[in-house]
Design a protein around this ligand. Structure first.
Ligand code: DOR
Ligand code: ZN
Ligand code: ZN
Length: 429
């Protein structure tokens, strides 16, 4: 059996270090099976999953529970541990227990996890620093947001753009700057999640310039959606942080080209349509699925000549692998048992339809958007998980936690002859 890949580009599978797969606790929104199938369809071969599940991944007990849920994964994965006010004493246990990174919710969002005080962050960073694990930050300052939101509520204001008024840009700027100082002081590696505004770029770039080990990500919604889409999309567009003005999207795009922003992730945050539709925008749940649509959306930019394919590989795979300690095991083209590959057809035209998504979250602000370029095959460690835009049967459970791949000998995949060697001999552009 041979796959003809003439005319396709083979790129390292995307590494999406920011997904919410909701299990345990919110499996009506998503679970590990549906989430990782969506990833496989999207050319994503590794995901890092966030701890705001129920229960949250706050100690080694919940880590084991999550690892159990993740046995259904079709693609490889990392697991985030929570760094919060009330679990500082659990952090060492999470490190020893095998988390791949930490998540610190500096601002409040889905799951209502209390954001840690600066004191708790300082102590948490001190504990995590020697492990070398990165701490990813939802960089919004809770106290500013709470104040603004209370003022808006008191005034009875619920207009769509008041969602942004409640989270003025300085909310993120202050949080990035503070996190960078704590990182510098403690030596903990940090990562700024979902950069949404131009203002965050300065404290990020300045911290990098003075040698702080800090990386940053943005997501497709901050590049391709703006305040101009609020009327059209209503509460569907609600995401934390909010999408901002066209000038912000432009600045973030440039920063992604120059390397100030290191990578593209998705903040894949599925909810049901009922949870997303609300006349009062901030009563709707925040976020939407993204792991399946990132690659087609970004390849559309590549196809239009606005980014090189080489650069896309850097921001979607190599940089996240480096930042989260997986390079060179992941983040580059490898053969045989370590082949994590997306075969992309740069001419393939598709239309994004929520009903076609493999995520349980059948709603997307990108509904109806035309894309050019798509991953037509996905291989995880030498095995096809997606082929010809169809999921491959029997791959549930193929996914492994990246820590385990590093420490265990990977068995030779059964269909290794169908994998990279075959793909390569069939002719690759
Ligand atoms: O929009 C968001 N959704 N932002 C977050 O920070 C959390 C996420 C979620 O879990 O729904
Ligand atoms: Zn967040
Ligand atoms: Zn998130």
């Amino acid at each position: 059996e041979v796959v003809d890949v003439t005319g396709l580009h083979l790129i390292p599978g995307a590494i999406d270090t920011h997904v919410h797969f909701r299990e345990p606790g919110y499996t009506h929104k998503e679970d590990w099976e549906t989430g990782t199938k969506a990833a496989a369809m999207g050319g994503v071969t590794t995901v890092f999953e966030m701890p705001n599940t129920n229960p949250p991944t706050r100690s080694v007990t919940e880590l084991r529970q999550k690892q159990d849920c993740a046995k259904k994964a079709s693609v490889d994965f990392g697991i985030y541990g929570l760094l919060a006010e009330d679990n500082i004493d659990e952090l060492q246990g999470l490190i020893d227990g095998g988390v791949n990174a930490f998540k610190c919710f500096m601002g409040n969002t889905f799951g209502n996890l209390p954001s840690p005080s600066t004191g708790a962050m300082l102590e948490g960073f001190e504990i995590v620093a020697p492990s070398g694990l990165r701490i990813s930050l939802h960089a919004e300052t809770a106290s500013i947001m709470a104040w603004r939101q209370a003022r808006l509520d008191a005034a009875g204001r619920h207009a769509p753009l008041d969602h942004i008024a409640a989270r003025p840009e300085v909310v993120a700027i202050e949080a990035v700057a503070r996190a960078a100082i704590l990182s510098e002081w403690t030596g903990a590696r940090v990562h700024v999640l979902h950069i949404s505004s131009a203002g965050e770029l300065r404290p990020l770039a300045e911290a990098k310039a003075r040698g702080v080990d800090i990386t940053g990500e943005t997501c497709p919604c901050y590049l391709f959606l703006t305040t101009e889409d609020y009327d059209r999309l209503g509460s569907v567009i609600r995401v934390n942080p909010p999408v901002r003005e066209p000038k912000d999207a432009k600045a973030i795009w440039e920063a992604l080209q120059t390397g100030v922003v290191d990578m593209i992730a998705t903040d894949h945050a599925p909810h049901t349509p009922e949870e997303k539709h609300n006349d009062i925008i901030w009563k709707a749940d925040c976020g939407f699925p993204g792991v399946e649509t990132q690659m087609p959306l970004m390849l559309t930019e590549v196809a239009a000549g606005r980014m090189s394919l080489e650069h896309y590989v850097k921001i979607s795979s190599a940089n996240p692998a480096r930042s989260f300690g997986m390079y060179p095991m992941k983040g580059r083209i490898a053969v045989g048992a370590h082949a994590d590959i997306a075969a992309v057809d740069m001419a393939r035209e598709e239309v994004i339809r929520a009903e076609n998504l493999h995520s349980l979250g059948k709603i997307t602000p990108f509904e109806g958007r035309k894309t050019v370029g798509a991953p037509v095959h996905t291989l995880v460690r030498g095995r096809f998980v997606q082929r010809d835009r169809m999921l491959c049967p029997g791959m549930v459970g193929h996914g492994r936690q990246v820590t385990d791949i590093q420490s265990m000998p990977t068995p030779e995949p059964k269909n290794v002859d169908q994998t990279l060697a075959t793909l390569l001999t069939e002719g690759v552009t």
